[in-house]
Ligand binder design. Structure first.
Ligand code: CA
Ligand code: CA
Length: 166
């Protein structure tokens, strides 16, 4: 009987120790998902370069001072020998020429086959200071269509609506 009591006591002790162990692991287990759950919605865009736009070639191509020629990623504006092409260039000039752009440069391909940096260009909203995705703005305004190249890091599905004009 004495042996059984000792056995039961040790069982209870073991259960208590395991229970305590579980309690101690609890907070750590809760902390782990938080580190991995950084799926922010309105976070600042991961821009790597900024510079002043010195020249707009057409609706989706521009020159940035100190950086080079930029091709806006995953969008396609009409050719310059069409009315739509000239309108797209004019739209881009209105918003970008002599303005600072913040570029998210493609991490996968970098430059396209024409030696242009593939980027998303962000401009700063003059009123709120919040970044606006100009690639998306070009599409929302009707001056370009989405053309999702899979060889870059960008996915237009995540762009959401962009303000067009004020
Ligand atoms: Ca990038
Ligand atoms: Ca893409």
């Amino acid at each position: 009987m004495k042996i059984l009591t000792a056995f039961v006591t040790s069982l209870i002790l073991a259960a208590l120790l395991i229970g305590a162990g579980c309690l101690e692991r609890g907070p750590l287990g809760d902390a782990q998902p938080q580190t991995g759950g950084s799926k922010g919605v309105a976070e600042a865009p991961p821009t790597e370069v900024s510079g002043v736009v010195t020249n707009v070639v057409d609706g989706d191509t521009l020159d940035v001072e100190g950086f080079g020629r930029v091709r806006l990623a995953d969008v396609d504006a009409p050719e310059m020998d069409t009315p739509g092409g000239r309108a797209a260039k004019s739209f881009a000039e209105t918003w970008l020429l002599d303005e600072t752009v913040y570029l998210d440069v493609d991490d996968l391909g970098g430059k396209d086959k024409y030696g242009r940096w593939v980027c998303i260009a962000y401009i700063e909203d003059p009123e709120t200071g919040t970044p606006i995705n100009f690639n998306s703005m070009l599409v929302t305004s009707g001056h370009a269509v989405v053309k999702d190249f899979k060889d870059n890091e960008f996915d237009p599905k995540g762009w959401g609506p962009a303000p067009v004009s004020r």
